[in-house]
Design a protein. Structure first.
Length: 121
């Protein structure tokens, strides 16, 4: 006791003796975050895929591009090292690393109104 002040007691009145503290569990990272730069924009935008599928990626890209996903006829990946053009599929999207950055280019077909998307990374 110092100057009439008692130190706090370890036996607190409101303490539940049966309480066992639990460690916080982190939520599993189910979302895939990708950074996209559209055309000649200078900044990247984040998109979040709840499921790593081509359909989900297409849906999120179309939201950012403000186009209908039904107008997209094909999605390609253009590799930056070997300059290969590869048709995208679910397996390719599933293998994308978290926070992958990419440039998105799009081509409008004037004849039928369709769009081709190319992801460069």
């Amino acid at each position: 006791m110092i100057d009439g002040i008692q130190p706090p007691s370890s036996d607190l009145l409101d303490r539940d003796p049966s309480y066992i503290p639990q460690q916080r569990k982190k939520k599993p990272a189910t979302m895939l975050c990708l950074y996209i730069k559209i055309g000649s924009e200078s900044v990247y935008r984040a998109i979040y895929l709840e499921r790593p599928t081509l359909n989900e990626l297409l849906h999120k890209l179309c939201e950012k591009l403000e186009i209908q996903s039904s107008t997209v006829s094909a999605v390609f990946r253009k590799t930056t090292k070997k300059n290969l053009l590869v048709r995208a599929d679910d397996a390719m999207v599933a293998q994308m690393p978290e926070e992958q950055d990419m440039e998105v280019e799009y081509e409008f077909n004037q004849q039928d109104g369709s769009v081709n998307l190319t992801l460069k990374y």
